[in-house]
Design a protein around this ligand. Structure first.
Ligand code: THU
Length: 161
């Protein structure tokens, strides 16, 4: 039997100025304040991520590159792993991402890479809590209610049993 199936991705796209949720605004502002902490001497693509914990704390991370290129790490995973290592019992509620290329702030939403999506999905499963993903371009913002939506048919721990 052959079935055609479909997975829908629902997301919000808006101008950054149109965001009225104060906690989202604050997370985006923290993300931008952290952008110059990136270490990106090879790609000149600086990325910042800010995660909101259940207790209201905001943790930021930035991409950290290395002369041995694959040894570097994306901003999202730096932020998530730091949050999980310092606050292992705190759910992650939301994550915002912003970027600069050659010193110029990017106006469009920057999507997380596949490896970061995989880590985000695991984090959702671990805490049984959806993470609001805020792709915070300087001008345009995309928001999804869950990381899972950005990685359909993903691999998770259930396949290891
Ligand atoms: N990068 C991130 O930090 N996050 C993303 O979502 C995409 C890419 C970093 C990795 C590398 O340091 C640089 O951006 C260029 O790929």
């Amino acid at each position: 039997m052959k079935k055609n199936k479909e997975i829908r991705l629902e997301f919000v796209e808006c101008e950054r100025e149109a965001i009225d949720d104060l906690s989202v605004q604050e997370l985006i502002n923290s993300c931008y304040s952290n952008l110059d902490n990136a270490y990106a001497p090879y790609s000149h693509f600086s990325v910042s991520a800010a995660v909101l914990l259940e207790n209201g704390k905001i943790i930021t991370g930035s991409n950290q590159e290395n002369a041995a290129y694959p040894s570097g790490l994306c901003a999202e995973r730096v932020a998530i792993f730091y949050a999980n290592s310092q606050y292992p019992n705190q759910k992650i509620m939301a994550l915002a991402v912003a970027a600069k290329y050659n010193g110029k702030i990017i106006e469009l939403p920057i999507p997380p890479c596949g490896a970061c999506r995989q880590v985000l999905v695991e984090t959702e499963n671990r805490f049984k809590n959806d993470i609001k993903i805020i792709l915070a371009g300087f001008k345009t913002v995309i928001i999804t209610d869950s990381a899972r939506l950005l990685l359909p048919l993903n691999f998770d721990e259930t396949f290891l049993k």
